[in-house]
Structures are given as structure tokens and as C-alpha cells.
Design a protein around this ligand. Structure first.
Ligand code: SDX
Length: 393
């Protein structure tokens, strides 16, 4: 029909949608949620307040926040029958495989929040997703280590509840360290939303067909799993461990610069940021804070990370390509210090990002002009031609 298409390998220059939720300036290294800078929110707010802001557009009053936190808290339990989904997996299944399966199955349990034409059902689906993801992630972890599921506690705040479900056991009292709960809450805030990244775009595309919210979020979880995206925090820590000591860094820097070597510095680079990822700065401060509080200042992995960052930021290859640490560079160091295995890093990213996914899904579905997404292509295949019989080929 005469449209002229230009091929952009990463679709960074063509807007795929309009949104009022998050703004990123890649050159400035700025990230705003409904106009509020991420570093201010990370310093002064907390995760459920940021969830309210992302969902409804404004910071809540005290009464609004209390009501929202109560609604989320009272949806943290899973339907008891859903435990059987976890038990169908092998114990060594990656927790992301379990999350994709269990979240996709939620539409079979929560029928009263799957009709996307009903604003009330859309609202309930959002609350349920935010509320239940920590339980799903924690139970995937418990299942992988052969420990019993721990139920959510309504007297704990969101981050503390997640840590309690992960690390408590029925045989003794487990008191969540408030410092770790604060660090976990900050990690959740830093991952809450990030404009039209690959997994959010996946949720929007899946939801644009009218798929129910749980199926659309399951599609986003699957996309986030990739090492180029949310899987980078796990890959980054494994890379830092592989490097091992500061002396080995130059060899890996050389490999990262070699186009013929598939090795990339995990936790470095970004489709949009051509400056420091503002979340990485806050994450780096948190890493120092948490490790000092846990008395593991001489953490070799942190030393390698800091020296790797210092060398890379001075190296002309990385400077020229504008490669800076991203949100995944330091997060794994904090999560490992908290006691999580690397397999839980991406599930924690997923549960934190659920509010971004569901807020953007609600924004899209609530738009009466919304149509099904339909990316086009630049065709590079054979011109029209006639069928040839097998004996003539
Ligand atoms: C997340 O989109 C989002 O917002 C994502 C995210 C979110 O919150 O949702 O921010 C979360 O996914 C962060 C990114 C986590 N991924 C990693 O840390 C994996 C390692 N990084 C890369 O694989 C890479 O940087 C990407 C995938 C993130 C971006 O890849 P691009 O699009 O190729 O990066 P670019 O356009 O910025 O690359 C510029 C150049 C390229 O070389 P040329 O083609 O110009 O020759 O730099 C090279 C890249 O090949 N490059 C790297 C590199 N990252 C990019 N070279 C070595 N090491 C790296 N890490």
C-alpha cells in the first residue's frame, strides 16, 4: 500500500506506542516514573508506593496508600490447588520455568479477573499479579531446595514477606533483618518499570490481542528470561565468578572487544542508555551498604566488579561505544550476599517488574483506540515465482 519501511535492528528509533508511565533519556541517563526521578524514589519512597504511582499516576495520600497496601496484602495467598503445578516440575527446574508455567495457569483459577472489557476485573487482575508474584517466586525457590512452602504473613511488609517466604522454615522462628528488607525493597523499586523494554513490549503485544492479563504477563516473564535482558543479572554474576580475580580482568576486556568472540561483558551496555544507567548508580551504593552491614566488605566478586567497571569506563572501546554498567551489573552481588542462588536473580527481577508490565497493560487495554499490535517487516526474500515440479529442480 505504498508504505516505505526502513529496517531498524532494534526498533529503538520507531515509537511502538505512547505511554505516560515512564520516561527515559538515554543520553542524559535519566529515568522518571510519572515524572519522579528514580534516584529520588529509591531514596524516599518504597516499592508499594511506587506500585501505586505506576498504576494510578499520582503518589498516594496516606489513606490511599493504606487501602492499597491492605488490598495487595490480602491477595498474597495462592489458590491451594496451585501447589500441584509446582510439584509437577523436576526439583532442578529453573525457577523462571516454574514462574512462566504457574502465572500462565492463573487464568484457569482467577476467572473473575480475566474479562478485560470489565474495568473492575482489570483492577483485580493488577492487584492479584502484584500480590502473588512474590509467593510464586518464593515457592519456586522453596521447591528447588526441597523445603516446604511458607505462607505469606499479613503482618509483614511486601519485601519482608518475600524474604520470610524464601528463608523461613516451619521448625524455627525466622526474623527478617530490616536492613535486608530495605535493600530488597530498593532492588524491587529499581526494577519496577522501564518504558518499552523487550518484556514490556511482549506483554503489550500479547495483551493487544485480547489475551487475558495472566497469559500476557507469562509471555513477558518468558521474554525477560533471556541473558540479553533480565537473565543478565544471573549471567553477570557467573561472569564475575568466571573472571575470579582482578588480575584476570584484562583478558576478559580483550575478549569483550573482539567481534569474533561471542563473549560480552554482562551487565554492560543498553539499547537506550548511552550514559550511566541511573539504576546502576543506586544499586552500586546499595551493594556497598549491604555488604558492609553483612560484614563481607572484602567480597572478591565486588572487588572484581568495581575494578572491571573502572577499567571499562577508561577503555576507548567502551567509551566510543558508550557502554556503561546497567541495572544488572551490581544487583547479583547484593542478591548473592542476601543468600539467594543465581537462579533466583531473574525471578526477583520478574516479580519486581510485574507492576510495570501490568501498569502498561492496563494503560493499553484502557485506551478505547487500542488495536492489535502488528509489527511489519522489510521483505528480503525471493520475488514472485512459479512452482517447479520435483523432477525439474
Ligand atoms: C536489561 O531495554 C531495557 O530497558 C532493558 C532493561 C530493563 O530494565 O528492562 O534495562 C534491563 O535488559 C539491561 C541489559 C541487560 N543485558 C546485559 O547486560 C547483557 C550484556 N549487554 C548486551 O548484550 C547489550 O549491551 C544489550 C543487549 C543490552 C544491548 O545490545 P546492543 O543493542 O547490541 O547494544 P548497543 O546497540 O548499545 O551496542 C553498541 C555496540 C555494539 O557493537 P557494534 O554493533 O556497534 O559494533 O556495543 C557492542 C555491540 O555489539 N556491545 C558490547 C556490549 N554491549 C554492546 N560489546 C561488549 N560487551 C557488551 N556488554
Amino acid at each position: 500500500d505504498g508504505d516505505v519501511f526502513t529496517f531498524d535492528p532494534g526498533f529503538t528509533s520507531t515509537a511502538s506506542c505512547q505511554s505516560s508511565i515512564t520516561y527515559i533519556d538515554g543520553d542524559l541517563g535519566e529515568l522518571l516514573h510519572r515524572g519522579y526521578p528514580i534516584d529520588e524514589l529509591a531514596d524516599k519512597s518504597h516499592y508499594l508506593e511506587v506500585c501505586y504511582l505506576l498504576l494510578y499516576g499520582e503518589l498516594p495520600t496516606a489513606a490511599q496508600l493504606e487501602d492499597f497496601e491492605t488490598r495487595v496484602t490480602r491477595h498474597t495467598m495462592l489458590h491451594e490447588q496451585m501447589q500441584y503445578f509446582f510439584r509437577g516440575f523436576r526439583r532442578d527446574a529453573h525457577p523462571m520455568a516454574i514462574m512462566v508455567g504457574v502465572v500462565g495457569a492463573m487464568s484457569a483459577f482467577y476467572h473473575d479477573s480475566t474479562d478485560i472489557s470489565d474495568p473492575w476485573q482489570r483492577e483485580v487482575a493488577a492487584i492479584r499479579m502484584i500480590a502473588k508474584m512474590p509467593t510464586i517466586a518464593a515457592w519456586a525457590y522453596k521447591y528447588s531446595i526441597g523445603q516446604p512452602f511458607v505462607y505469606p504473613r499479613n503482618n509483614l511488609d511486601y519485601a519482608a514477606n518475600f524474604l520470610h517466604m524464601c528463608f523461613a522454615v516451619p521448625s524455627e522462628e525466622y526474623v527478617v533483618d530490616p536492613i535486608l528488607a530495605k535493600a530488597m525493597d530498593r532492588i524491587m523499586m529499581l526494577h519496577a518499570d522501564h518504558e518499552q523494554n523487550a518484556s514490556t513490549s511482549t506483554v503489550r503485544l500479547a495483551g493487544s490481542s485480547g489475551a487475558n492479563p495472566f497469559a500476557s504477563i507469562a509471555a513477558g516473564i518468558a521474554c525477560l528470561w533471556g541473558p540479553a535482558h533480565g537473565g543478565a543479572n544471573q549471567a553477570c554474576l557467573e561472569m564475575l565468578r568466571q573472571i575470579g580475580t582482578v588480575d584476570n580482568i584484562p583478558e576478559y576486556i580483550k575478549r569483550a572487544k573482539d567481534k569474533d568472540d561471542p563473549f560480552r561483558l554482562m551487565g554492560f551496555g543498553h539499547r537506550v542508555y548511552k550514559n550511566f544507567d541511573p539504576r546502576a548508580k543506586v544499586m552500586k551504593e546499595s551493594a556497598d551498604e549491604v555488604l558492609n552491614l553483612l560484614g563481607i566488605e572484602d567480597n572478591e566478586t565486588l572487588k572484581v566488579a568495581k575494578e572491571l567497571e573502572r577499567i571499562a569506563l577508561e577503555d576507548e572501546f567502551f567509551v566510543e561505544k558508550k557502554l556503561y554498567p546497567n541495572v544488572d551489573f551490581y544487583s547479583g552481588i547484593i542478591l548473592e550476599a542476601m543468600g539467594f542462588p543465581t537462579s533466583m536473580f531473574t525471578p526477583i527481577f520478574a516479580l519486581s517488574r510485574t507492576v510495570g508490565w501490568i501498569s502498561q497493560w492496563k494503560e493499553m487495554i484502557g485506551d478505547p483506540q487500542q488495536k492489535i499490535g502488528r509489527p511489519r517487516q522489510l521483505y528480503t526474500g525471493a520475488p514472485r515465482r512459479s512452482y517447479s515440479e520435483v523432477e525439474d529442480r
